[in-house]
Design a protein around this ligand. Structure first.
Ligand SMILES: *[C@@H]1O[C@H](CO)[C@@H](O)[C@H](O)[C@H]1NC(C)=O
Ligand SMILES: *[C@@H]1O[C@H](CO)[C@@H](O)[C@H](O)[C@H]1NC(C)=O
Ligand SMILES: *[C@@H]1O[C@H](CO)[C@@H](O)[C@H](O)[C@H]1NC(C)=O
Ligand SMILES: *[C@@H]1O[C@H](CO)[C@@H](O)[C@H](O)[C@H]1NC(C)=O
Ligand SMILES: *[C@@H]1O[C@H](CO)[C@@H](O)[C@H](O)[C@H]1NC(C)=O
Length: 465
């Protein structure tokens, strides 16, 4: 058929005198041949494919439309939170339940979250507190997320497992244990979730699961991946378990003190470029060492190995508050809290991490206050130092001003307010709701037939990811 078409068009072409004629006739031939392809009985799979794609494309519009409508009307994300036993959350903080509730009465006391490096991944604490608080706040008008007790009315289902803390505290296998308590918890979580009506109903796609520490949830992620993960980066995840479309990147809680009432200037910040971090990193170690060799003798550069903890947080705070630029070099994972320490210090981040994903990037344009340098450029002779030296007072001051505007997005607060990190994370979750609804509604098309009793299996079989 293709041969016949081409010889036909050739002969027509010879005779046709105007370009217009040529165009309209080829278009006509294209249409006619499409018609034949679609109708031809010996290619049923192709035509089915095209038709189902067409249907697939009209349905999303309906899904998105509905999602936006309901979000627009209510202005609040309705979150159902499982009443997980305390050992999964505040129990890890040595909180003991009083009475029958699995939750602390936060009007009386808020369990203390440990400081130091634990704090980096403390989003689990802040988000859970915010949901608990949402029930007691008299004024809901500035709320982004509201806890609801009827899961049928919820937009998403929140799983309050403090996975990062569980990793930090329990991942090491103790003498008397065969497997670590962290793995036990994960196994129990999977069992718990798979028994819940809410999980069965959705296959998990409307569930929010926190795994901010890159090593947290290392076992359960293989079973719980249909859910939306809240992560620090995708460094330790294969694409099929987590990716930028399905999941959410949340900021680290900075460990450097926030620079309040910053009256510094380009000239008063005497350190040009600041880096304090570990060298003993697997993949990142190579580039760190190379950068160190390139930069160590440059004027006004502070480049030192050893963790911020060892040098003292106060010293690092002083260093970052006195620096114009702060380096963020990929470590063994693409992200680190150093970026958020830099933002809190109004020290213009210089990001050298090809695979980094950034939180809230749908709202925030990081290029307005950060410098991105590819790994390959960064290690070129003099490249980095020339780039930094080329940024003069005016441009730096513009970025410094911008940093002061955006830093509130990265502050974790209880109670949450004014687009702080807690509210921004909920906002990002809310943005996912239309896509969640779309997946769910599509999965229900055949809910009355034998196919797709299991929504997840159906979604996988239809390539919903
Ligand atoms: C705020 O939301 C909570 C939880 O739904 C509710 O109990 C409370 O009445 C609401 N407050 C106001 C002022 O609407
Ligand atoms: C509720 O909070 C909003 C924003 O924070 C404020 O504008 C409003 O006055 C508050 N309403 C009451 C009744 O406190
Ligand atoms: C939960 O919400 C659904 C949908 O709005 C409603 O049909 C159901 O009766 C509610 N269940 C309870 C226990 O209130
Ligand atoms: C910053 O300034 C405000 C008011 O100008 C003051 O209340 C606050 O204590 C200052 N903070 C610090 C850390 O100096
Ligand atoms: C504190 O920082 C300075 C440079 O900013 C460094 O020379 C000094 O060794 C640091 N102190 C500690 C204890 O790391």
């Amino acid at each position: 058929m293709a041969e016949r078409n081409s010889s036909l068009s050739l002969s027509i072409l010879r005779r046709a005198s105007s370009l217009f004629c040529w165009f309209s006739i080829t278009s006509l031939i294209l249409l006619v041949s499409c018609f034949f392809v679609l109708r031809s009985p010996w290619r049923p799979s192709l035509s089915n494919h095209i038709v189902s794609n067409v249907v697939g494309y009209s349905n999303p519009n309906v899904g998105v439309f509905r999602g936006e409508c309901s979000a627009g009307n209510k202005h609040v994300l309705k979150v159902f939170m499982y009443d997980l036993p305390p050992e999964f959350h505040f129990g890890i903080l040595d909180w003991k339940p009083q009475g029958s509730s699995v939750w602390p009465d936060i009007r009386k006391t808020v369990p203390h979250y440990p400081g130091g490096l634990n704090l980096q991944h403390s989003i689990e604490h802040w988000l859970t507190l915010d949901l608990l608080f949402s029930q007691h706040s008299g004024n809901n008008s500035s709320r982004i997320a509201l806890r609801v007790h009827n899961s049928s009315e919820a937009d998403v289902v929140f799983v309050p497992f403090f996975s990062s803390l569980s990793y930090n505290r329990f991942s090491r296998v103790k003498k008397e244990e065969k497997i670590s308590r962290d793995k036990l918890m994960q196994d129990r979580l999977v069992k718990y979730l798979e028994a819940q009506e809410e999980w069965k109903r959705s296959g998990g796609v409307d569930h929010i699961i926190l795994a901010h520490h890159p090593n947290s949830l290392s076992y359960a992620r293989n079973q719980l991946w249909p859910a939306i993960f809240v992560l620090s980066d995708f460094g330790r995840y294969p694409l099929n378990l987590a990716n930028v479309n399905k999941d959410i990147i949340a900021p680290y809680r900075h460990v450097i003190k926030s620079f309040d009432n910053d009256t510094s200037t380009f000239d008063s910040r005497t350190i040009l470029l600041y880096f304090q971090g570990a060298i003993h990193r697997k993949d990142g170690g190579v580039i760190r060492q190379e950068l160190f060799n390139r930069l160590k003798d440059e004027k006004d550069v502070h480049f030192a190995f050893g963790s911020v903890q060892h040098g003292g947080i106060n010293n690092a705070t002083l260093g970052m508050h006195s620096s114009k630029f702060c380096l963020n070099i990929a470590g063994d994972t693409p992200s680190s809290n150093r970026l958020f320490d830099a933002i809190a210090s109004h020290c213009v981040p210089v990001i050298i991490s090809d695979d980094i994903e950034l939180p809230f990037e749908d709202v925030i344009d990081y290029s307005e206050f950060s410098i991105f340098v590819s790994n390959s450029d960064a290690v070129k002779e003099k490249f980095l130092i020339n780039l930094i030296n080329g940024i003069k007072r005016e441009e730096w001051t513009r970025m410094w001003n911008k940093l002061q505007q955006v830093k509130r997005y990265f502050e974790f607060r209880y109670p949450s307010r004014d687009n702080d990190a807690v509210q921004m994370i909920w906002r990002t979750v809310a943005h996912k709701v239309p896509a969640i609804k779309l997946k769910l509604h599509r999965s229900r098309r055949f809910s009355h037939s034998t196919e797709a009793r299991d929504p997840l299996q159906f979604m996988v079989s239809r390539n919903f990811w």
